[in-house]
Ligand binder design. Structure first.
Ligand code: HEM
Ligand code: HEM
Length: 337
C-alpha cells in the first residue's frame, strides 16, 4: 500500500515528465477498461441465458451517465492500445529509448487523430437519439448504481474468497521453506504474451468499438427493424437479446464470423488484462497472504469470465423471426417488479 501512495505522490511530484504520466495513464486506462470488461462479458452472456436481464443492462448502457462513460471507455481503449504499441516498439528497439518523450507525444497525437472523428460520430448517434420526440433525458442515477452494485459485490467477494483461501494455504504450507523469487519461464512467457496479445487486440477491440459505437450506435441495439452491423437479418422485435442472436448467427462463407471474432476478443483481452492486474497487484501488495489471495482471485476471475463468455457464444441457438417475435412477446408481457 505504501508503494501505491508513493506512486501517486511521485507521479504528481514529477509534473511535466511525460514518461511518468504516460505510464500512470496506461495503467489507469488498462484497469478501467478491465472493470468495464468484467461487467460487459457477464451482461452479454445474459443475452443468451437471461434475455430480460440483458434488456435491462442495455437500457442502463443507454442512460446518460453510461453514455458519458462510453466516451471515456473508448478514449481509454484507444490511448492504452496506441501507448501499448509504443511500449512494444521500444522494447524491441532499445536504441530508440532516448526518444521516449517524443514517443509519448506521438501516442497522444495519434490517439487524438483517432478519437476526434470517433467522438464526432459517437456524438452524432447520441444527438439523433435525444432528438427523437419519445426520448426523455433522465440521469437514472439509482438505476445505474443498483445495476452495478452486484458486480462490485461479486468482485469484492472473489477477492475476500481468495484471501481466505490464501490464509488456509499458508497454514498447510511448510513454514521455513523460504523461496527465492526468480523470474520463471512463466513470467517470460507472459511478458511475450502481453506484447503479442496487445498487437492482436488492437484490430479486434478497435474493430468491435467501430462496429458498436461508430458504424451503429448503442441505441440501435434496441431499434426494431434495424439490421445489426455485419449481419443480413433485421432485428424485427427491437429486443436487445435478438440483436446479439442475429450477430452471433451471421454466417460468412459458412463461418459464424462474429462468434469467432468475439471468442478471440474474449480470450485475448481476458488473459492480457487479468495478467496486467497481476502486475499491478505485485507492484503494490507485498503482504504474502493478501498477495497470494489476490493472485487466486485473479486466476478464478479470469477462468470464470472466459467460461461464462464462451458458454454464451457456444450456446446461442439459431432462431427464426417468428420464434424471436414469440419469445420477446412472452418476456415483455411479464410484469415488471
Ligand atoms: C488495445 C490493444 C492493447 C495493447 C496494444 C496493450 C498493450 C499492453 C502492454 C504492452 C502492456 C504492458 C505489459 C508489461 O508491462 O509487460 C499492457 C498492460 C496492461 N494492459 Fe493492455 N493492451 C491492450 C488492450 C488492453 C485491454 C483491452 C485491457 C483491459 C481490458 C488491458 C489491460 C491492461 C492492464 C491492466 C495492464 C497492466 C498495466 C500495468 O502494468 O501498468 N489492455 N497492455
Ligand atoms: C460501450 C461499449 C461497448 C458496447 C456497446 C459493446 C457491445 C457489444 C455487443 C452488442 C456484443 C454482442 C455480440 C456482438 O454484437 O458482437 C458484445 C460482445 C462482446 N464485447 Fe463488446 N461492446 C462494447 C465494448 C467492448 C470492449 C471495450 C471490449 C473489449 C475490450 C468488448 C468485448 C466484447 C466481448 C469479448 C464480447 C463477447 C462477450 C461474450 O462472449 O459474452 N466490448 N459487445
Amino acid at each position: 500500500m505504501t508503494t501505491l501512495v508513493l506512486t501517486i505522490t511521485e507521479t504528481l511530484r514529477y509534473r511535466g515528465k511525460l514518461g511518468q504520466w504516460s505510464w500512470a495513464l496506461h495503467r489507469l486506462a488498462g484497469l478501467g477498461v478491465l472493470f468495464f470488461f468484467i461487467l460487459h462479458v457477464i451482461d452479454t452472456s445474459w443475452s443468451v441465458f437471461y434475455p430480460e436481464l440483458y434488456a435491462e443492462a442495455i437500457a442502463v448502457y443507454q442512460s446518460p451517465l453510461f453514455t458519458l462513460g462510453e466516451f471515456a471507455l473508448v478514449a481509454a481503449v484507444v490511448y492504452h492500445g496506441i501507448n501499448g504499441l509504443r511500449i512494444v516498439v521500444f522494447d524491441y528497439r532499445p536504441q530508440w529509448w532516448k526518444y521516449q518523450e517524443k514517443g509519448a507525444l506521438i501516442v497522444l497525437a495519434v490517439s487524438a487523430v483517432i478519437l476526434i472523428p470517433t467522438f464526432l460520430l459517437m456524438g452524432y448517434h447520441v444527438m439523433r437519439f435525444y432528438q427523437e420526440p419519445t426520448t426523455v433525458f433522465d440521469l437514472q442515477i439509482m438505476r445505474v448504481v443498483n445495476s452495478q452494485l452486484p458486480f462490485l459485490i461479486g468482485i469484492a467477494a472473489t477477492f475476500v474468497g481468495g484471501i481466505i483461501l490464501a490464509g488456509l494455504w499458508s497454514v498447510v504450507d511448510r513454514p521455513g521453506a523460504k523461496k527465492q523469487y526468480k523470474r520463471s519461464s512463466f513470467d517470460t512467457f507472459m511478458w511475450t504474451f502481453m506484447r503479442i496479445s496487445g498487437i492482436l487486440i488492437v484490430p479486434l477491440a478497435f474493430g468491435h468499438l467501430a462496429m458498436v459505437h461508430v458504424i451503429q450506435g448503442v441505441f440501435d441495439i434496441t431499434k426494431a427493424g434495424f439490421v445489426p452491423v455485419g449481419s443480413i437479418d433485421a432485428n424485427v422485435t427491437g429486443f436487445a437479446a435478438d440483436f446479439v442472436t442475429i450477430r452471433w448467427n451471421t454466417m460468412f462463407a459458412g463461418v459464424l464470423i462474429w462468434r469467432i471474432y468475439d471468442a478471440a476478443l474474449l480470450a485475448f483481452v481476458a488473459i492480457h488484462a487479468f495478467n496486467g492486474l497481476r502486475y499491478v497487484v505485485n507492484d503494490y501488495i507485498h503482504n504474502k497472504i493478501i498477495n497470494r489471495g489476490a493472485q487466486i482471485a485473479i486466476l478464478v476471475g479470469c477462468v470464470i469470465l472466459i467460461t461464462v463468455g464462451s458458454a454464451a457464444i457456444i450456446s446461442t441457438s439459431p432462431r427464426t423471426t417468428a420464434e424471436m417475435l414469440e419469445s420477446s412477446q412472452v418476456i415483455t408481457d411479464q410484469p415488471v417488479n
